[in-house]
Design a binder for this molecule. Structure first.
Ligand SMILES: Cc1cc2nc3c(=O)[nH]c(=O)nc-3n(C[C@H](O)[C@H](O)[C@H](O)COP(=O)(O)OP(=O)(O)OC[C@H]3O[C@@H](n4cnc5c(N)ncnc54)[C@H](O)[C@@H]3O)c2cc1C
Length: 346
């Protein structure tokens, strides 16, 4: 056996097709909204370029070129800052880089160094202007044609600031819009106890879990929860005995040879898992939309939630605040580790 620690890998995030959105808005009206968002993204990216290469890309990027001058953008939204006004985003990439840099200067071309229980992920492509946020805002504005005033006679004013737009959306519990954007996580070395609780979150989730009907338990991974540290040697020795039994039983039941039919191996392996600890480390891929993520983060970091779930969801919460700061703007981490939103269950 070997001791493990859960690790969270963010493996997929939403990606929008800007050309598709532009084509739609050209047909129905509202391109100024897209121009504003692309301008915001370019402005934030220019303020904190990841690498020289990124910065150069930005200036030649087709979308940045759409905005011929900053003045063009200012006409669309007089509240836009001047080009040299490098206002920091509240929770965007700039803030995180500053924090990371204080600890150790990161190489922006490489994934970040992992925190305990979390493996590196790249922040959204343009500060607060993540594709997830663009997608959700786009979907939300479809409802009232509120990309700009005048498209809908009932809408005479629109919120131009994305963060304010989402604040209003969360306050009014317009949560279905959050379902358009999904994130996928590979959760490595979490316990079977963990996965059993995770899969209860059916709404807005997809799961793919390591099969213990097929995977032989010849080297059991196990994390000793803090509450059992006082019984460390005894607990680990029980896990070792269970592992020895798995190996011995596989030999005694004759499933080692290459000539043994696969269905026999499967049946025995499946039966043997009944004699494995529920704390054994395993892997699961979880995809969840933003509405689900908000709900599950709140539930599974709450004080009454299980310790390992709190540990893993603390990492997921940190990732999501980094990924989509405006969609998680109302979450605050309490002193006890609970992530509490202002707007629960939107
Ligand atoms: C601290 C804690 C202790 C727990 N203890 C136990 C226990 O002892 N035994 C046990 O069996 N479970 C237990 N659970 C699991 C719990 O009962 C839920 O099954 C789990 O948390 C999934 O949450 P959810 O019901 O919000 O579902 P999700 O799938 O996350 O759904 C999100 C929301 O969507 C809505 N929704 C989803 N599906 C439906 C539906 N079919 N019909 C109507 N509305 C729906 C609900 O509003 C729901 O809250 C515990 C959970 C926690 C956090």
């Amino acid at each position: 056996m070997h001791e493990t620690k859960p690790t969270v890998y963010l493996i997929a995030r939403p990606s929008v097709d800007v050309d598709g959105i532009r084509a739609y808005l050209t047909a129905v009206g509202g391109t100024s909204w897209l121009q504003r968002r692309l301008h915001d993204a370019a402005h934030e990216e220019a303020a904190v370029p990841d690498t020289d290469e990124d910065a150069a890309l930005l200036h030649t990027h087709e979308d940045a070129a759409l905005l011929h001058t900053h003045e063009d953008a200012a006409v669309l939204d007089p509240t836009l800052p001047a080009p040299d006004d490098q206002r920091p985003t509240p929770l965007g990439r700039a803030g995180h880089q500053a924090t990371d840099q204080a600890a150790a200067p990161p190489d922006a071309t490489q994934p970040r160094a992992p925190r305990e229980g979390q493996t590196a992920h790249r922040a959204p492509q343009a500060g607060g202007q993540s594709d997830a946020q663009l997608l959700i805002e786009f979907a939300g504005r479809v409802c009232y044609r509120s990309w700009e005033p005048g498209l809908n006679p009932n809408v005479t004013r629109v919120r131009t600031d994305q963060r304010e737009y989402f604040e209003n959306l969360l306050r009014s519990a317009h949560g279905s819009v959050l379902e358009h954007a999904s994130y996928s996580f590979a959760l490595h070395d979490v316990s079977r106890a963990f996965t059993h609780e995770l899969v209860r979150h059916r709404a807005g989730s997809a799961f793919s879990q390591e099969s213990l009907r097929y995977v032989r338990l010849t080297d059991i991974g196990f994390r000793l929860p803090p509450a059992l540290q006082g019984l460390r040697q005894r607990a680990l020795s029980i896990v070792e005995q269970l592992e020895e039994f798995q190996v011995e039983a596989a030999g005694a039941l004759g499933i080692e040879g290459p000539s043994v039919p696969f269905h026999v191996k499967k049946e025995v392996t499946s039966a043997l898992r009944r004699l494995a600890p529920i704390g054994l480390s395993t892997d699961i891929v979880w995809t969840a939309n933003v509405r689900t993520l908000r709900h599950v983060i709140e539930m599974r970091t709450a004080e009454g939630a299980e310790e390992e779930l709190r540990l893993v969801f603390d990492e997921i919460a940190k990732i999501m605040v980094d990924e989509a700061p405006s969609l998680f703007q109302d979450f605050a981490r309490q002193h006890n580790g609970a992530w509490v939103p202002k707007h629960s269950k939107v």
